[in-house]
Design a protein around this ligand. Sequence first.
Ligand SMILES: Cc1cc2nc3c(=O)[nH]c(=O)nc-3n(C[C@H](O)[C@H](O)[C@H](O)COP(=O)(O)OP(=O)(O)OC[C@H]3O[C@@H](n4cnc5c(N)ncnc54)[C@H](O)[C@@H]3O)c2cc1C
Length: 460
Amino acid sequence: MADHDVDLFVIGGGSGGVRAARIAAEHGARVMLAEEYRLGGTCVIRGCIPKKLLVYASRFRGEFEDAAGFGWTVPQWSFDWPTLIANKDTEIARLEKVYGTLLDKAGAKHVKSRAVLVDAHTVQLANGERVRAAHILVSTGGAPSFGDAIPGIEHAISSNEAFELPELPRRVLIQGGGYIAVEFAGIFAGLGAQVTLVYRGENILRGFDDDVRQHLRMDMEKRGIKVVTGMKIAAIEPVDNHFSVVCSNNIRHTADRVMFATGRRPNVAKLGLAEAGVKLAENGGIAVDDYSRTSVPNIFAVGDVTNRINLTPVAVREGHAFADTVFGGKPTKVDHSNVPTAVFSEPEIGTVGLTESQARERLAQTDVYKAMFRPLKATLSGRDTTVLMKLVVDGVSDRVVGCHVIGEGAAEIAQVAAIAVRMGATKADFDATMALHPTASEELVTMRKKTASYKRAAAE
Ligand SMILES: Cc1cc2nc3c(=O)[nH]c(=O)nc-3n(C[C@H](O)[C@H](O)[C@H](O)COP(=O)(O)OP(=O)(O)OC[C@H]3O[C@@H](n4cnc5c(N)ncnc54)[C@H](O)[C@@H]3O)c2cc1C
């Protein structure tokens, strides 16, 4: 490696890149990382963390409203968006520093610069400096995609800008049906905006369990969010200080902000990938094998840029596994099955494993257990809401292959349920577990009666 300046050059200082750089350096590698924007990447700067802080902020409204049934008189409350954004920015800046310190402590050099590949062993920084590296890791993440170019699209914002708005819009129109769209619908509505969500598909949250999708839509509508499916935005026209939005059915909507949450695409453009010989997969991400190795043996890629499962803990795991494989003498594959996931909508969703329809396609017999009930808190608050718990069980082995929860604390429940699902717990194991009372999640161990059972039709 004598003709190399470093053993590892990491392009992108987000969840995957920082973890990989840190662990590789701890294994003794000479590491350099380039980040063009801010250390911490999407998750820390304009993803999971600021989003969850905004979700917390938006939930106070419900708490204030629910308090009366418990005897509280809450004085007239009001909300100040600039305070929330300023406090969020302070926390994000603190976390960004922590990421820098973690790299420093591990001995990994980091620079603030865009970096691109010149060839399989050379990276060029924005100032023209070239660095020769034995190994290169591409961890450049993803970016919002606005879909078709429609008239006036330049007036739309993505989640990136939503975190930085100077004021809370009074009327928000969101296009999209994925988790970011429904989360921001809940955030803006909770903070006091009138929210309309339009989505071209049949129902929101494609890929999630159908009962959960239906339940969330119903509950969002109960909370005053207008959900319009089978429709998309056709044009955005600025009028005075707001927008007149034409939808595909020719109906016009008036909004102060139009947000597109129509998916994200891997950051692969103008990176020099083709020059270095790195191939892309059909889904637009960098094609990699089980060890995150690209089509060029010394170049690896982890996280959203590979478009496998685009979540922070997955990027972190992939980055760590890469460093252990290449620099730790411990070849490590990442298991991408049973990855728990949450949607911080209102109400919240937590899920792990197969949906009912996935199980019915894959398993010889699928048993379904479902419970829908009014949470205890709602009895005094009077809130019109219900919790849904659903277990999807392999009818032959009795293994619980899917757990889906919608209601308060669903994400926390899913994280723990994921351990049981991953370990192969059976429905009998769930039943043998003592309930913890009074909780909502006790339903997961007390659902005795099958709601439905399906046998897969024999292949013709
Ligand atoms: C609004 C939102 C909410 C989310 N919420 C959640 C959540 O609740 N839970 C969850 O698990 N995940 C969530 N995610 C997804 C999560 O943020 C990503 O999966 C995760 O950040 C991926 O990490 P990464 O390292 O692959 O990429 P990133 O974190 O995106 O990091 C890539 C970095 O590379 C830098 N970069 C790009 N090109 C170059 C270049 N040429 N040179 C130098 N630097 C470059 C970028 O500036 C960026 O900092 C959310 C995402 C968004 C947008």
